[in-house]
Design a protein around this ligand. Structure first.
Ligand SMILES: Cc1ncc(C[n+]2csc(CCOP(=O)(O)OP(=O)(O)O)c2C)c(N)n1
Ligand code: SF4
Ligand SMILES: [Mg+2]
Length: 775
């Protein structure tokens, strides 16, 4: 570090005066206190998109959540469609945008990556829309905080990419994004990217439009691009294309990007006239006479500006560059800003592994390289990964690196990581509690084949004996008090025999049981993202058997492979799970159904029942909670003709354990088994921590969640509330939870009747299957 090397300042430029409130534009505005996500949602409301397709992922989820709340209060008319995953959400958006209306999406990290293959499809067919990307690091390992590793994956998709350094820019650039993308010379989808948590969650004072009429004039209506709705003039969207059409098609896309270089400044100038705020392609701070500079994308640049002010006060001629637009890349702007700069440190919040620099530094180098007059030294540093803060001392170090290069005329270390630490000696993952050995398990459930029916009979040891079986999860997890997952898993664990390999998909159960360097698992544990766990376990189980077959692993081991998923994992991961089921790999898939995406703040899943309140199915004068009925996942897997499918609940432990014992028997001998287990979530069901028993019992007694099994195609109800004379109306269940209490208001009587009718229909069907072995 060489912060003591100081360049003499040629000209002292006074620091700009504070700009709060910002210069007034022509349109009436008002001051609000908003985070980046709130700013994006507010802009969406003011723009009045037709449709938003989305799938929740931290830290962008709040955009949809805020819009859901506003929708419930009747503040906008945007149709919000929760995708079955980001790939589905991107498909929804593509279709909707092709249909001619204005379309919005918001995502982050794996969400962007999961939709990635759709992005070039949309750019290639030139269909505009707006996507807000609250940037977050990509897996693995999983980390929810911000860097630009997701943004950099989008660079080659053909989307325009705008960068918003603060919530004000998020708000403003969303309006610009609509106009830029829809310009006839551009016709491309546009991404507005801002930093996860730093910008998405931190509130700032921002100016928002107080008069929407001029905004409507600015936005105009979406131009009439071809849609599949013109029945008199049918068109083919997305034909198969061969040489030379493909390259000619791509050159058009490339030209559209070039056109954007002119369109973006025009649109931003119009916006500036309205707001008083300026967004040049490249934000150049105190660069007029700068001799050294730092270049950064988004929020870190604001820190660097403050440091630049301090260094200027000490006589150093420094400045900061930060692109407001990443695609098209402002090459000419960088060239001219850096022409007289002797050295620049470029900070990348993501690496392009093996390329000797992150994308920003590579692209700045490429821009300078075609300028004969340019002799700027470029120092490249990767910083701030996984949300690591970028403080003024970091900025100072970046300036010092550039200063050193400028003074010596040489860059000693052109590329390095900034902020990585060697770790402590003896570090690494901490061993959990001692492993649970196969010998310590088993003997609690005795499974026999019934000669007459060919189905299984299970005898359980008395419950008191079960408690002596050690659980495969150690105490000390981070779940909420009363969380249903743990009693459920302990019950499962007590009957599973032999060695177990578990695969957890992302969700509460995963997040609260592992957090590097700790683990609560006392058996082999694997995590994969919840769109692909079942496929991963398929590969793992097959490799195990193949290696046993080849004599590479001992035959003597008795291993069962178990996947644990939430209900959300059975939305986004349904395709992979169905693939596993149809291939019939010998493994168990156990879904704990807590009726929502709880780990990310209780958004609706497709298993969320009708009318229930979640953070994306809000309740208000215009919205009564979720608007469609819950997914019948068990029946979907029954339709795969698996050897064994069941439903269960922690409230009926013996029933659950019997089914798990059967499930293990089938998973080891015949193929995939599936279990859906209703799992209590006091936090998001809005009950007290100790309410599991009455709430689960009411769900079962109202026949909302029937307990049954489908064994070799035969459906058996394992508990019949009617036969037990305990049948209750669904209202008796709904009244027990805060998330459903609104349904009991007189004005919602029709909704409850609707829920009751659907529950009744599904129950009668199930009962008929129970009564007739042919069904
Ligand atoms: C591709 C992708 N999209 C979204 C997310 C964010 N995410 C992580 S867990 C989760 C919800 C999981 O819901 P569920 O499977 O029901 O488990 P729960 O949290 O309710 O236990 C979501 C939306 C992600 N990690 N990856
Ligand atoms: S949010 Fe719900 S499911 Fe998640 S840990 Fe808390 S109680 Fe359990
Ligand atoms: Mg869930």
């Amino acid at each position: 570090m060489s912060s003591e090397i100081v360049l003499p300042a040629t000209v002292r430029v006074p620091a700009p005066a504070a700009t709060d409130p910002p210069a007034a534009g022509s349109v009436r505005q008002k001051l609000e206190f908003r985070s980046g996500n709130e700013a994006a949602a507010l802009a969406a409301k003011h723009i009045g998109f037709h449709i938003m397709g989305y799938f929740p992922i931290t830290p962008s989820t709040e955009v949809a959540e805020n819009l859901s709340k506003m929708q419930a209060d009747g503040e906008h008319e945007i149709l919000l469609i929760a995708g079955d995953g980001e790939h589905g959400a991107a498909g929804i958006c593509y279709g909707a945008a092709l249909g001619g209306g204005r379309v919005l999406n918001a995502t982050s990290s794996q969400g962007l990556l999961y939709s990635l293959e759709q992005l070039p499809v949309q750019a290639g067919t030139r269909v505009p829309m707006v996507l807000n990307l609250a940037a977050r690091t990509i897996s693995g390992p999983l980390d929810i905080r911000g860097d630009h590793s997701d943004v950099y994956f989008a660079l080659n998709t053909g989307w325009i990419i705008l960068c918003a350094r603060d919530p004000q820019a998020v708000y403003d650039l969303n309006f610009a994004a609509v106009r830029i993308g829809e310009h006839p010379d551009v016709r491309l989808p546009v991404m507005v990217t801002y930093d996860g948590f730093f910008t998405s969650h931190q509130k700032r004072r921002i100016q928002v439009f107080d008069d929407l009429e001029p905004v409507r004039r600015f936005l105009g209506t979406r131009p009439d691009f071809p849609t599949p709705f013109d029945m008199d003039h049918p068109k083919t969207f997305g034909p198969y294309m061969n040489d030379p059409d493909l390259i000619n098609n791509k050159v058009q896309l490339s030209r559209a990007m070039e056109s954007a270089r002119h369109v973006i400044p025009e649109v931003l100038a119009e916006l500036q006239a309205m707001t008083g705020r300026s967004y040049p392609m490249l934000d150049a701070y105190r660069m007029d006479d700068a001799e050294v500079a730092v270049a950064l994308v988004n929020s870190a640049a604001e820190t660097a500006k403050e440091t630049a002010d301090e260094l200027r006060a000490r006589g150093q001629a420094v400045g900061v560059l930060s692109p407001n637009v990443l695609r098209p890349f402002p090459s000419e702007e960088f060239r001219s800003a850096l022409r007289r700069v002797r050295a620049v440190t470029v900070g990348d919040r993501a690496d392009s592994y093996g390329a000797d620099g992150g994308n920003l530094s590579l692209e700045i180098r490429a821009a300078l390289q075609v300028d004969d007059e340019n002799h700027t030294r470029v120092v490249s540093r990767v910083y701030g990964l996984g949300g690591k803060d970028f403080y003024d001392k970091d900025a100072e170090h970046f300036f010092a690196l550039a200063t050193e290069a400028a003074t010596s005329g040489h860059v000693a270390t052109p590329f390095a990581y900034h902020g990585a630490t060697p770790g402590k000696p003896g570090g690494g993952p901490r061993p959990g509690l001692p492993p649970i050995l196969a010998e310590e398990t088993g003997g609690t459930a005795h499974v026999q084949v019934d000669e007459n029916t060919g189905r299984l009979r299970v005898e359980l040891e008395p419950m008191w004996k079960m408690t002596s079986v050690p659980s495969r999860i150690a105490p000390g997890h981070g779940a909420c008090p009363g969380c249903g997952y743990f009693p459920t898993f302990h019950q499962i664990s007590r009957v599973l025999e032999g060695d177990i390999v578990v695969l957890y998909q992302t969700g509460c159960a995963m997040v609260v049981t592992t957090g590097y360097p700790n683990t609560a698992h006392r058996v082999n544990y694997v995590h994969n993202l919840f769109q692909n766990g079942a496929a991963t376990l398929s590969g793992l189980v097959e490799m195990y058997h193949e290696r046993v077959r080849r004599g590479e692993l001992p035959k003597s081991k008795d291993v069962t492979f178990v996947m644990i998923s939430g209900d959300g994992g059975m939305d986004i991961g349904m395709g992979a799970a169905l693939g596993t089921a149809h291939r019939n790999h010998p493994l168990m898939i156990l879904e704990y159904d807590n009726q929502g995406y709880m780990n990310t703040g209780a958004q609706l899943s497709y298993s969320t029942p009708f009318g229930h309140r979640t953070s994306t199915s809000e309740v208000g004068k215009r919205a009564p909670g979720k608007r469609y009925h819950h997914k019948d996942t068990a029946q979907i897997f029954a339709a795969c003709h698996l050897p064994f499918v069941f439903t269960a609940s922690e409230g009926y432990p013996e029933d659950l354990m019997r089914k798990v014992a059967k499930a293990q028997w089938y998973a080891k001998r015949e193929g995939t088994v599936y279990g859906k287990i209703l799992s209590f979530c006091p936090l998001n069901w809005r009950t007290t921590d100790d309410a599991a028993a009455p709430v689960l019992q009411a769900a079962i007694d109202s026949c909302f969640f029937p307990l049954y099994e489908v064994e070799r195609g035969h459906t058996t109800l394992t508990y019949d509330p009617e036969a037990a004379d305990r049948r209750r109306p669904v209202s008796a269940w709904l009244e027990l939870m805060g998330k459903t209490r609104h349904l009991l208001k007189p004005e919602n009587a029709a909704l409850v009747a609707n829920i009751q009718a659907e529950v009744e229909r599904r129950w009668r069907r199930l009962k008929a299957m129970h009564e007739s072995p042919e069904l």
